[in-house]
Design a protein around this ligand. Structure first.
Ligand code: ZN
Length: 325
């Protein structure tokens, strides 16, 4: 078997996280792309330039695989529809995305979720503006194939196993190449930042943090000698990074428990996230990310019996049972 080679192309993102690496798999049948970047003029130009350095045009790609449903990973997918390059993505994430393309329904759902988190109307509006801005660089597309955990996929003649790693998104998939012990990680494990873990608006994964922890543990049993994360450099010690990510979430949860314990009254998710993050410093989109990540932590605490959730007039509040001394 011809050993595959992976090339990476760095594309800009207009966020605090200012780049994404998309990966080009070179195999016996040519080149395939994993993830696309956003549909921004610079992004498209740099992707074309990166492919040109490899001696190909975008239309010559054999296949495009999308790791998950976040826009920075598929914003240019519609362009590959136009170029008739076959597109594959995880089935679970496509089901969510297909519904997200119906903007009025998706926005109504996001507004309802934010209201349940206790976000005031002005914040709901601000968050929807942030999501709306994201939409502009992610036009709708249609995948040609959908994959599930355990499937195999051939990218330019190279066989990869699809490893579903729910957590960062409900259907997030990594690709694993057995002979070379190589993993294309998407956003499952990142070297320099903690992958964002949030409750998706459709509640496909009601407790994403617990799912994420399982997906991290699953990776310990996979022999990986070469890894390709979507943001940042390759990870030197994957198991150590898994330990760090698990510890980060444990510490964050402990901090939440302290906050809830110190509070005289039960707190909404929005109130908790205000104490954790300086929401005024965050832009519209980042503020929404902060609140949705806080909800993931609260849900995990509730599932572990360390916190309790109560609902009143459509707003959820969280408390811990005080230990009597
Ligand atoms: Zn992502």
């Amino acid at each position: 078997m011809t050993m595959p080679k992976v090339h990476r192309i760095r594309l800009p993102l207009p966020f605090k996280l200012n780049h994404i690496y998309v990966h080009v798999v070179e195999g016996p049948e040519g080149f395939s792309l994993v993830d696309t970047g956003l549909d921004l003029p610079d992004s498209r130009r740099l992707l074309k330039a990166g492919l040109a350095e490899l001696g190909i045009e975008a239309r010559e790609l054999k296949h495009v695989f999308l790791s998950h449903f976040h826009g920075d990973h598929w914003g240019l997918a519609h362009w590959f529809n136009e170029l008739r390059v076959p597109l594959t993505m995880p089935r679970i994430d496509w089901n969510a995305l297909d519904r997200w393309f119906d903007q009025p329904t998706a926005d109504a759902l996001s507004a309802e979720n934010l209201a349940e988190m206790g976000a005031p109307p002005a914040i709901v509006e601000k968050s929807l503006r942030g999501i709306g801005a994201m939409r502009l660089s992610c036009p709708p597309f249609k995948p040609d194939h959908l994959v599930d955990d355990g499937d195999t996929i051939s990218l330019s003649g190279v066989e990869f196993s699809v490893i579903c790693t729910p957590g960062h998104s409900p259907g997030h998939c990594c690709l694993y190449q057995e002979e070379k012990k190589m993993a294309i990680l998407g956003d499952h494990i990142l070297p320099e930042i903690t992958p964002h873990i949030a409750v998706d608006s459709l509640e496909l994964l009601p407790d994403p943090l617990t799912a994420y922890r399982k997906s991290l543990e699953r990776f310990r049993s996979i022999a990986v000698e070469e890894n390709w994360p979507s943001h940042g450099p390759q990870i030197l010690d994957l198991n150590r990074r898994i330990d760090e990510l698990l510890l980060h979430h444990t510490q964050r949860e402990d901090k939440l428990v302290t906050l809830l314990t110190d509070s005289a009254a039960p707190l909404t998710c929005y109130e908790v996230s205000q104490s954790l993050f300086d929401l005024k410093q965050l832009d519209d989109f980042a503020g929404w990310l902060a609140a949705s990540e806080t909800l993931a932590h609260l849900r995990s605490l509730v599932n572990d019996g360390r916190a309790f959730e109560e609902e009143e007039c459509g707003v959820f509040r969280y408390r811990v049972e005080r230990t009597s001394t």
